[in-house]
Design a protein around this ligand. Structure first.
Ligand code: OFO
Length: 164
């Protein structure tokens, strides 16, 4: 049984994961129309994973006898200046999500809700992995450079990072 406070925060986080999925799907469209199909595929997969994170939370809330509630989801931005601008925004967003997960975990611990603390450990590990993966993308962009040819090789490198 979850406290109302924890349920409210879990529901807020369900929406954030939904937003993350929409954000990355929208970013994939920007990449597609620029001919960056490797980056687009990387972001589409990321969008699917975020949807999975949302469903995992949704299931946890109803499995513990509470009602998951979907709220309004803001529209994501549609324009980016460059591929580095886009991936810097992915990185900033992931850092934001990490802070939110940490706050959620701390709030659950304060409520003495050890089941939710335990459940959220998976998200802590996932955030670590995602921040690292996006940092790797930013490293590749920095090393290769964003000349026209550079962007071609960045796209190939990012496409090659897709997890099978
Ligand atoms: Fe949902 O994994 Fe990052 O944001």
């Amino acid at each position: 049984m979850l406290s109302q406070k924890v349920v409210g925060k879990l529901n807020e986080h369900i929406n954030l994961e939904f937003y993350s999925s929409n954000l990355y799907l929208q970013m994939s469209a920007w990449c597609e129309i620029k001919g960056l199909d490797g980056c687009a595929a990387f972001l589409r997969l990321q969008a699917r994973e975020e949807l999975g994170h949302m469903h995992k939370l949704f299931k946890y809330v109803y499995e513990t006898g509470s009602l998951p509630v979907l709220g309004d989801i803001a529209a994501p931005p549609v324009e980016y200046v460059s591929i580095s601008d886009l991936f810097n925004k992915v990185y900033d967003h992931e850092c934001h999500i990490t802070r939110e997960i940490n706050a959620l975990l701390n709030a659950s611990a304060k409520e003495g809700d050890l089941s939710t603390v335990n459940f959220l450990q998976w998200y802590v590990a996932e955030q670590h992995e995602e921040e690292h993966r996006i940092q790797q993308v930013l490293d590749k962009i920095r090393i290769i450079g964003e000349s026209d040819t550079g962007v071609f090789f960045i796209d190939r490198a990012v496409g090659g990072m897709i997890r099978k």
